[in-house]
Design a protein around this ligand. Structure first.
Ligand code: ATP
Length: 248
């Protein structure tokens, strides 16, 4: 489904520390109900793009100095994380960021906090998360810091789901995970997209897996979009094959 754009980023520039220009006019559109991939190598600007959308740049002395970020046709730049959650936008940060001293279930519960949901709704959401991640149900009483990297990635996504989002910004879900686990995580993303209608914008260095699971892709290089298109076209593109899929 490639309905209207839920999120539209137009020509944004981002500067760190008032001097370092990192995004040099990035534009992208994320259709409702789609999985959109933001691709590119280390330092291309993927994380910066996601953080521009979710307003997480300030703590890193970064600032959007130009351009527009529209969600459902409304400017969202500068909204607090809790305001964004209320509108349906949640980010899963790179490196997973669990609360290590809390249990898996307590971590998940922190995700429903901004929603002001009733106990019944929260229980229903927990069960939904456990349906998608049976492993988390088995581990629910374990301290998150002692779970594996794959489980922590599941906790991070599960916690985002507890906010009942419409769109998830997912930063580098494959990072540090064995290939089999990467596949498992992407399968779950795919079923969340298909069954719950969740929209994803995901940043990935793993071009191969990202293009197999997404509908559309943008390739960033040094803070610019150098190529974009339907995932299946990008997979067949000779330049993408040579430079990003390691086949030539
Ligand atoms: P990665 O996969 O490594 O996260 P990326 O594509 O997500 O790469 P960004 O993290 O967005 O890239 O970084 C883009 C550029 O911005 C890099 O050159 C990086 O060094 C620079 N950068 C990132 N954060 C800061 C910061 N807080 N201050 C200054 N420069 C930064």
């Amino acid at each position: 489904d490639t309905g209207e754009a839920l999120l539209k980023v137009s020509n944004i520039e981002v500067i760190y520390n008032s001097v370092i220009l990192v995004l040099k006019g990035v534009s992208l559109a994320v259709p409702k109900g789609g999985i959109t991939a933001l691709l590119g190598g280390n330092g291309a600007g993927k994380t910066t793009t996601l953080k521009s959308i979710s307003n997480l740049l300030r703590s890193e002395r970064g600032e959007v100095t130009k351009g527009q970020i529209m969600y459902r046709g409304e400017q969202i730049y500068g909204l607090s994380p809790s305001e964004l959650v209320k509108r349906g936008v949640v980010q899963v940060m790179e490196g997973r960021h669990c609360f290590e001293h809390l249990t898996v279930e307590e971590n998940l519960l922190t995700g429903s906090y901004t929603r002001g949901a009733s106990r019944g709704e929260i229980d229903a959401d927990l069960n939904m998360v456990y349906d998608y991640f049976p492993r988390l149900k088995e581990r629910r009483r374990s301290q998150a810091g002692y779970t594996s990297g794959g489980e922590q990635q599941m906790v991070a996504i599960g916690r985002a789901l507890m906010a009942r989002p419409e769109m998830i910004l997912l930063d580098e879900p494959s990072m540090g995970l064995a290939p089999q686990l990467v596949e498992q995580i992407f399968e779950i993303v795919k079923s969340l997209n298909e069954n719950e209608g969740l929209t994803f914008l995901l940043a990935e260095q793993n071009t191969n897996v990202a293009l197999r699971y997404s509908h559309y892709g943008y390739i960033l290089e040094s803070g610019r979009v150098v190529m974009d298109g339907p995932a299946k076209d990008l997979r067949e593109n000779p330049d993408v094959k040579e430079f990003y899929l390691g086949m030539s």
